[in-house]
Design a protein around this ligand. Structure first.
Ligand SMILES: *[C@@H]1O[C@H](CO)[C@@H](O)[C@H](O)[C@H]1NC(C)=O
Ligand SMILES: *[C@@H]1O[C@H](CO)[C@@H](O)[C@H](O)[C@H]1NC(C)=O
Ligand SMILES: *[C@@H]1O[C@H](CO)[C@@H](O)[C@H](O)[C@H]1NC(C)=O
Ligand SMILES: *[C@@H]1O[C@H](CO)[C@@H](O)[C@H](O)[C@H]1NC(C)=O
Ligand SMILES: *[C@@H]1O[C@H](CO)[C@@H](O)[C@H](O)[C@H]1NC(C)=O
Ligand SMILES: *[C@@H]1O[C@H](CO)[C@@H](O)[C@H](O)[C@H]1NC(C)=O
Length: 938
């Protein structure tokens, strides 16, 4: 999912870049890599040796230190010597760990040499962004008495920060910021008294360092009266500080305390005295209450970040002197007032300086005042997920000359904009998801040729997708207009487009599927009315997801599909494709066991999901999937595949979790080695012509023996129809919840059910109906405690119904009808709550007891005749609730991690789609499923 929403990540990154770009941070991380020394200085040999020894402690895969050779160490990259003395004074070895997987040094086995201690004249040391592999910060750094600048950020150090750093009495800049999102290593501090030794410090960044044991942190920090920048984000701080604390930090310009759970009122805090602050970052702290009046005295503020706290109420009314505001971040505050009132309180004098206004999820209501258009410097406006209810006209936007990023998604904003309007801005990103912009396609977008990301999903567009769409947005990277009623066809050829993600699913588009854009990675044209055959030359080397399901595409799958070797997900289901399925294997692979089929450039080598469901495909079980070792979802159902089930599945598809081959013409026995499909938890082979007995070895299916599997499971955007007897649930989801299912119904299986089936204790559904199975129902069937649905009807089972059935407390569907069962029906509270009691047992003349009219002690046989023959449609409770809970949980974590709104939008989109796309319907008898129906295409 995260991958598929890469565009949103990009959008989020775009916002962050805008922020960074526009806010011009007051600490300077931007000192360039050392530019080498002058030509005249001569390296001091003792120092050169120290550098060489230091170098030898690292792996240097891309040769960052390749210039470190020869005598003149002052010329080496990153090294600078003093003109006067020749001593090494600067060492700038900043790496790119995090951003780039190669461009950094990593500590080798020997560890970091303490030889650097010889560089006693060092003033500047930057080792940030390299990989120190969880070692601790070396103590000897504390002996570099002349250091002014020390940067150890994002370097995978761990352990305690040595208090010896307190000996660096000339230090002005100290950065030990840890990358707490990606890095598993942790720096910590138990005592900050050593800060007292750093009286000249003006920049301190300890973000991500665990300071939770340091209860007096504020008193220690308060000694640093020269501080201009203090960053203590995500430090585990909880202790609130008495408002009486007299702050010493009179020079402070930037304070970042975000992501610490203070869980207290935002009013009366020590930092409100810091009236010289330019940036105040207080997001994710669980602050309570209103935004305090004290803010009104902070007249230097440029950046206010109070987002994600759930603060209640409007901004205070006394902000009229805050004339330097540039960035206002209030996402997830419960402002619950009209946007008009909010605007009234925004200081007039800052209307021309505000550049970024993020107010996603703030419960703002009402109509957008035209005054919004007076924010002449606004570049980012995000009002998504609110209760704005307005008809937007061009005047709302006429003053927004610099707008680049506009997010109005998930409101009730309609747009009624004159089609001839030419906007004054050039947007890069626009998100109008779920805002009713339609019915006409917004004509004003025609002029937005700078757009990188366009989201018009679910915007009530009932129109022809205009031709200019493909011209105006030819440079965009993401285009999403899904869930509308767009008509018309696409240009025959989109190869010239730069786009990497197109989402046009769930529209009414017709015509042929076009030639793909050359850079496309994600392409969703599902649920439209595309027809004709697929382009014969598919060329899209980066394609990772191709969704063409639920269209009317005909013809065969072109062999050029084999060149789409990066495909992770392919869904061609519910079309009219015919012929044999691809044969992408290389010629030499006549014998499938001898092959180089796992090589990375093979079709399928990245694939995890493949659905060919509901077409007219024929031939034997597709062999090309032998080169898809990562496949975990395979759906071949409702086709005309025939022949034997292949015995290479376990070897070639060790990850397979879901296998659906229902309604085909597969024949022969179930290969015994299917039991080696260790991840398989969903097996549906119903309605084929499978014969022989059920191998007892299937009881070894590991994933089905695992009750903990019964936890919702996140997968990619998988479309899966879960069929349990009497009902089909179409989980056309990004997510499917986990149903552990074993369905071999409507085949020609003979023999008895192996006793060992009772070992598959994870099963929630077991369907063996409509076969020729004989003998007794295994006594231990009651061990399958998770069973919700059990169907053994239309077989030749005899003997008594095992009384253990009454132990199945989750059972909500049971069918034992039309067998030769005899004796008393077991009693049990759960059995008696089942619907259509009589249908469960009908067709077994020798059964007796409740609910049948036949009394077990009596021997009348007529009772059965009176039973009404009704085919009960039974609704098994959906697992949707559980799946959703999981998704919500997961995304909550994810969103918290990523911090920004755009992600939240993605999350809501998923939830919405869940609701939109769930539908149920009830096929009737098994026999109907034997014939190909268009059920799945509904
Ligand atoms: C040292 O030399 C370089 C190059 O000649 C020069 O740019 C720089 O200003 C000098 N620094 C001092 C402190 O003299
Ligand atoms: C990091 O440390 C671990 C454990 O000490 C070691 O196995 C691994 O090889 C090290 N990695 C590097 C890049 O040095
Ligand atoms: C304020 O800072 C000075 C050093 O600059 C220090 O001596 C003094 O103790 C600090 N005051 C408080 C209350 O921490
Ligand atoms: C703002 O500062 C003034 C002068 O320092 C002070 O008297 C006043 O109480 C402050 N207002 C608030 C709301 O803190
Ligand atoms: C918005 O209002 C609803 C209902 O009053 C509330 O449940 C929700 O928490 C509010 N949103 C925020 C971000 O506080
Ligand atoms: C926008 O901000 C810049 C400074 O960032 C300022 O020079 C310019 O006047 C502002 N533009 C408007 C329209 O206020």
């Amino acid at each position: 999912m995260a991958v598929e929403h890469g565009h949103l990540a990009r959008a989020a990154a775009a916002i962050l870049c805008l922020l960074i770009f526009h806010v011009a941070p007051s600490d300077s991380h931007s000192q360039a890599r050392g530019s080498g020394g002058s030509g005249t200085t001569t390296c001091i040999s003792r120092e050169r040796d120290a550098l060489m020894s230091f170098k030898s402690g690292f792996f240097d895969p891309v040769g960052l230190l390749s210039s470190w050779q020869g005598q003149e160490c002052c010329e080496w990259k990153g090294v600078r010597c003093s003109n006067r003395t020749g001593h090494v004074v600067n060492l700038n070895l900043r790496g790119n760990y995090i951003y780039d997987v190669h461009d950094f040094l990593s500590l080798s086995k020997g560890g970091m040499s303490s030889s650097l201690a010889a560089l006693q004249h060092l003033r500047y040391l930057d080792l940030s962004g390299n990989y120190f592999n969880g070692t601790s910060i070396p103590v000897f750094l504390g002996s570099l008495q002349n250091l002014r600048y020390l940067n150890l950020s994002f370097s995978s150090f761990s352990g305690r920060i040595p208090s010896q750093l307190g000996n660096l009495s000339k230090l002005q800049y100290l950065d030990v910021n840890q990358n707490y999102y990606y890095d598993s290593y942790n720096l910590s501090v138990v005592d900050l008294a050593w800060l007292e030794g750093l009286p000249l410090l003006n920049n301190l960044d300890m973000s991500g360092v665990d300071l939770s044991p340091v209860l007096d942190w504020i008193y220690m920090v308060n000694m640093l009266s020269s501080l201009r920048v203090l960053r203590l984000a995500h430090c585990g701080l909880t202790k609130t500080v008495p408002a009486t604390l007299k702050s010493n930090l009179t020079h402070l310009e930037l304070l970042d305390l975000s992501s610490n759970l203070f869980n207290t009122s935002l009013e009366h805090n020590w930092f409100w005295d810091l009236t010289g602050l330019k940036e105040l970052h207080l997001s994710y702290c669980k602050w309570h209450g209103p935004i305090p009046e004290e803010l009104g005295n902070m007249t230097s503020l440029e950046v206010i970040d109070l987002s994600e706290n759930g603060l209640v109420g409007l901004i205070p009314s006394n902000l009229e002197n805050l004339c330097n505001l540039q960035v206002l971040l209030f996402e997830q505050s419960n402002i619950s007032a009209s946007i008009g009132e909010f605007m009234d309180r925004l200081p007039r004098c800052s209307w021309s300086t505000i550049q970024v206004l993020l107010m996603s999820q703030t419960n703002v209501t009402g109509k957008l005042p035209l005054g919004v258009g007076a924010l002449g410097n606004l570049t980012v406006l995000d009002l998504s997920e609110n209760k704005l209810d307005d008809v937007l006209v061009k005047e709302h936007f006429s003053g927004l000359l610099r707008l680049e990023h506009l997010d109005l998604s998930y409101n009730s904003l309609k747009m009624s904009i004159d089609p001839n309007w030419v906007p004054p801005f050039r947007l890069k990103m626009v998100n109008l998801h779920s805002c009713p912009v339609g019915p006409h396609f917004p004509e004003w977008l025609r002029w937005q040729t700078n757009i990188d990301t366009l989201i018009l999903a679910n915007t009530s567009l009932v129109d022809v997708l205009p031709d200019w769409f493909w011209v105006t947005f030819s440079q965009a990277s993401l285009l999403d207009a899904s869930d509308n009623m767009l008509r018309g066809s696409l240009p025959k050829n989109l190869q010239h487009m730069s786009v990497d993600s197109i989402y046009l699913g769930s529209n009414m588009l017709t015509g042929q599927v076009p030639q793909f854009p050359i850079n496309i990675s994600w392409l969703d044209l599902s649920s439209n009315s595309f027809s004709g055959s697929l382009p014969s030359k598919l060329k899209a080397p980066l394609l990772a997801m191709l969704l063409l399901d639920n269209n009317q595409i005909t013809g065969t799958i072109p062999s050029s599909m084999c060149q789409l070797t990066g495909l992770m997900r392919l869904d061609l289901s519910a079309n009219n494709l015919t012929g044999h399925v691809l044969q992408c294997l290389k010629q030499s692979d006549n014998n499938f066991l001898v092959s180089d089929t796992n090589s990375a450039d093979q079709f399928g080598s990245s694939m995890h999901t493949l659905s060919l469901r509901n077409n007219d495909l024929s031939g034997e079980f597709p062999k090309f999937i032998q080169s898809a070792p990562g496949l975990n979802f395979l759906d071949l159902s409702y086709n005309r595949f025939s022949g034997a089930l292949p015995n290479w599945l376990p070897e070639k598809l060790p990850q397979l979790q879901i296998l659906r081959a229902r309604s085909n013409m597969f024949s022969g026995p179930i290969p015994k080695n299917f039991s080696c499909l260790g991840e398989l938890y969903y097996l549906d082979m119903a309605s084929n012509n499978i014969s022989g007995s059920i191998p007892w070895s299937l009881s070894n299916l590991k994933a089905m023996r695992d009750t903990s599997k019964y936890v919702a499971h996140l997968a990619y955007e998988d479309s899966m129809a879960v069929i349990t007897k009497g009902q089909t649930r179409d989980y056309t989801f990004k997510v499917y919840s986990l149903v552990v299912n074993f369905d071999l119904s409507c085949n020609s299986l003979t023999g008895q059910i192996p006793e060992e089936i009772s070992l598959l204790i994870g099963l929630t559904g077991l369907d063996l109906s409509s076969n020729q199975l004989t003998s007794k129902i295994p006594n231990k069937i009651g061990d399958l405690k998770q069973l919700q649905s059990l169907d053994l009807s239309n077989n030749k089972f005899s003997g008594e119904i095992p009384s253990s059935l009454s132990a199945l407390t989750y059972l909500s569907y049971l069918n034992l009808s039309y067998n030769n069962l005899s004796g008393p029906i077991p009693s049990g509270p759960q059995l008696q709550t089942l619907d259509n009691q009589i249908d469960i047992y009908i067709g077994n003349p020798d059964l007796c007891g409740y609910p049948l009219p036949k009394n077990c002690s009596a021997s009348t046989n007529d009772a059965e005749q009176s039973v009404d023959h009704e085919n009960g449609n039974h609704v098994v409770p959906l697992h949707l609730g559980m799946g959703m809970g999981f998704v919500v949980g997961l995304w909550t974590v994810f969103c918290t991690m990523i911090l920004r709104t755009v992600w939240a939008a993605a999350y809501f989109q998923i939830i919405d789609n869940l609701f939109d796309k769930v539908y149920l319907w009830v096929p009737t008898a098994c026999a109907r499923l034997m014939n190909k129906t268009d059920d799945d295409a509904t």
